[in-house]
Design a protein around this ligand. Structure first.
Ligand SMILES: [Zn+2]
Ligand SMILES: [Zn+2]
Length: 305
């Protein structure tokens, strides 16, 4: 499970930063948080096949977060894709279904493979089941309907204790792996269950994504103990009034959110083009939340190799 930043700039692409997209690489599949213009090319430059994208979670429908969708879908069609592609995003009158239908009406989404839309409705939390992972959303606070997401790996089995197993007379080898896979075994006519040799289940890893939003109590709740939080940091704390006006956040507000949520680490993203030197954002945020990093295009962070 790895986070790969594909676009970390606010509003307009620049030579340094593309517009919003953050990929989470899950085994053989990829989930994209947002898909700004040029995201498919960013994936190629990062050495990832766009054909592996199975899920696209859109925070809202401003161009810098979604204009990469038609191009990406068209490339998938040209490359002969057959597998389903699932979109998540805010619901409502100008929500996800409306967005996809508009692309279709403009001839930009000729379905040669199945496309599924899962709307995350207002004022509710949805958990979409994705096999080993779940995706949950809550409303965020922007100047258009928007959501924040949390991708959560399900509980992982506890740690295996070989010492305990040996004490129970279990020889090293295939019986160990049966227990590690959650199966019970019988040794010397005694039934051994996995719980007898394994520790308690371990929490899975998680990635939170909240961009183009003011900080809110709902977002803090959603991000409780998240392993990695990716948060809007369009401005530094000196421009807080501007952040309030445009419904964005400052680096300090991002850090306060990470601290309140007791996140593992914080990545600042959606960086305004005015910051050629990002040290001001990093330093202000680190005073509140030391595990803060400023994202840049193509930066990777592996939660588990
Ligand atoms: Zn934006
Ligand atoms: Zn926006």
């Amino acid at each position: 499970m790895e986070v790969l930043f594909l676009g970390t700039g606010a509003t307009l692409p620049s030579r340094k930063r593309n517009v919003s997209s953050t990929a989470v690489i899950l085994d053989e599949s990829i989930l994209l948080f947002d898909c700004g213009e040029g995201t498919q090319r960013q994936l190629m430059l990062a050495g990832c096949s766009y054909m592996k994208v199975r899920w696209i979670a859109l925070s809202h429908f401003h161009g810098d977060h979604v204009l990469g969708v038609p191009g990406l879908v068209q490339s998938m069609q040209f490359s002969g894709r057959k597998e389903e592609l699932t979109f998540f995003g805010p619901g409502g009158r100008s929500g996800l279904t409306h967005f996809l239908k508009s692309l279709q009406a403009a001839g930009l989404l000729n379905n040669t493979f199945p496309i599924r839309a899962v709307e995350m409705h207002d004022k509710t939390t949805h958990t979409a089941d994705m096999g080993k992972f779940t995706l949950t959303a809550v409303d965020s606070e922007h100047n258009t309907p928007s959501v924040a997401f949390r991708l959560q790996e399900k509980e992982r089995p506890g740690k295996f204790h070989p010492g305990r197993a040996h004490k129970l007379g279990i020889p090293s080898g295939p019986l160990f792996s049966r227990l590690q896979k959650g199966m019970s075994i019988t040794v010397n006519r005694r039934r051994i269950t996995p719980e007898m040799v394994m520790g308690p289940p371990r929490a899975g890893y998680s990635v939170g994504y909240a961009v183009d939003t003011r900080p809110t109590a709902n977002i803090v709740k959603l991000m409780s103990k998240v392993s990695v939080l990716v948060f809007d940091s369009t401005f530094d704390s000196g421009l807080r009034t501007k952040a309030i006006e445009t419904k964005h956040s400052t680096c300090v507000e991002a850090a306060v959110t990470a601290k309140q949520a007791t996140a593992g680490r914080l990545y600042l993203t959606h960086i305004s083009g005015r910051y050629d030197d990002i040290s001001v954002l990093r330093d202000q945020a680190r005073e509140i939340f030391p595990s803060t990093f400023v994202a840049r295009d193509f930066l990777r962070y592996a939660l588990r190799k």
